[in-house]
Design a binder for this molecule. Structure first.
Ligand SMILES: [Fe+2]
Length: 458
């Protein structure tokens, strides 16, 4: 008597589990179709510049149809005598120009064999100076800029106005344009990239090389790695990583390192960490700036002390990657994710939670502004001090206590960071949406500053 209901139950359990598998499969196929569809955009897209070096640059655009892309370029806008063509017809065009002169303005048109899609006196770019050249360099760093609204417009206009009033009255307002991730809310859809970036910033994108960092919102669709080019092969200096997810490049006398804190393997044995150590050991630039999305120190919208926050990625970056970055002499680390601005003291060896910060880990607790820059020895010295900045409030603002002890300055206001690097001096200006410099820090390197051999834990 009792085996009949048991057989009955087992039969129904089997049917139920089969039904569940079918439902999950249908959901999965639907989800995949949605991701593919959302990552797809075949309409027109204005030209944008990628992967600049002293002798090359990549131009990308979409003209709305499938054709062989053609770039005509030269230093005289009336005579664009050089031509580069794609090998086959495409909808999304990507053309790498090589053999260029360093620190030179080139004009260009993009289009097809028969027609110019965009071009004219306003379409130009500047190549980088020869690697190692101590030429003044201005970099704009947007933090989590993935919405376009009046606030983000004000942040952009404030930067342009400030730049024109401070050393760049003519020529490009910037040399490089970077972000700290989350570039198109809410899910990194191709349409969202159009609305948050390609359409509102078209005037800047055609002149200034742009490099976005990969954030968790970008990771929800496949647009990011389709729309942008990355120097995985060391095209612009640095040790080739073989990956678009983490790489390095040089500009003037600055070495930039980009890490993937979102989808990468953050373990102690990760290929990214192995590559990072080798890259930092190999380069010869006096300045090193690292960028990744998840901040090692933050108490804004995200709390870097919490393992459960963001799947422990902030903790992993701090515990596993900061020791390698500091041992490699990195001067500045830029992240986003928390939609605030937080900027640290000059630190070393602080790899635990906020409560474990000790006075000896703060090499200089000053404001680091114009009058009292953080001082470091010349060149690259291990553990000589690193400044950490969370730049995440270009488009959104978060709550959070803003009381991480690693930070000297905390701001809850829309803005973005301008970096000026000139010779042995680096200055950071956080310019808010009202056009005010609400933080200014400086790092100065000098042979007069003694080299101290340091180890953590001593
Ligand atoms: Fe984020």
């Amino acid at each position: 008597m009792s085996s009949v209901p048991l057989r009955f139950i087992l039969r129904w359990l089997r049917r139920l589990s089969l039904g569940l598998v079918v439902l999950v499969a249908i959901w999965g196929v639907g989800r995949l179709a949605q991701v593919v569809w959302d990552s797809h955009y075949t309409g027109p897209r204005e030209p944008y510049l990628q992967v600049v070096s002293h002798d090359g640059i990549t131009l990308r655009w979409q003209s709305g149809g499938e054709e062989v892309g053609v770039v005509r370029y030269g230093t005289d806008p009336a005579r664009l005598e050089q031509v580069a063509r794609e090998a086959s017809a495409q909808v999304a065009h990507e053309v790498r120009l090589g053999g260029l002169q360093p620190a030179t303005r080139y004009y260009y048109t993009v289009g097809s064999e028969d027609a110019v899609y965009r071009g004219g006196a306003d379409y130009w770019f500047h190549t980088a100076p020869p690697p190692g050249t101590a030429r003044p360099t201005r970099i704009w760093v947007q933090g989590d800029p993935g919405y376009w609204h009046e606030g983000t417009r004000a942040v952009r206009d404030a930067m342009l106005q400030w730049s024109a009033q401070h050393g760049r009255p003519a020529g490009p307002p910037l040399d490089l344009w970077l972000t700290t991730g989350d570039n198109a809310y809410s899910s990194g859809r191709a349409r969202e990239f159009q609305e948050a970036l390609f359409e509102p910033y078209a005037d800047l994108l055609r002149n200034i090389p742009y490099l976005p960092i990969y954030g968790n919102h970008d990771a929800r669709r496949w647009t990011f790695y389709r729309a942008f080019s990355f120097p995985a092969a060391g095209e612009a200096g640095g040790l080739a990583s073989g990956s678009a997810r983490y790489f390095s490049f040089d500009y003037a006398n600055i070495h930039f390192v980009v890490l993937d804190s979102e989808s990468g393997d953050l373990s102690a044995a990760s290929p990214m960490l192995r590559w990072l150590r080798a890259d930092l050991a190999a380069h010869r630039q006096p300045w090193t700036i690292a960028l990744f999305h998840h901040p090692p120190y933050s108490r804004g919208g995200h709390n870097s002390d919490r393992w459960r926050d963001s799947w422990g990625r902030m903790v992993d970056m701090r515990e596993r990657f900061l020791p390698a970055l500091e041992a490699g002499g990195v001067d500045l680390v830029l992240s986003g994710h928390s939609h605030v601005y937080e900027r640290s003291h000059l630190l070393h060896c602080h790899y635990g939670a906020g409560a474990t910060l000790r006075p000896k880990m703060i090499l200089d607790g000053g404001g680091g502004g114009a009058a009292a820059p953080y001082r470091k020895p010349a060149g690259r010295v291990p553990l000589a001090g690193t400044v950490y900045a969370v730049v995440g409030s270009t488009a959104k603002l978060d709550g959070g206590p803003l009381d991480h002890p690693a930070h000297a300055v905390n701001r809850r206001e829309l803005g973005a960071l301008v970096l000026d690097v000139a010779g042995e001096r680096l200055d950071g200006y956080f310019i808010n949406a009202h056009g005010e410099v609400s933080d200014h820090f400086g790092i100065e390197k000098s042979a007069a500053t003694a080299v101290v051999e340091r180890r953590c834990g001593e």
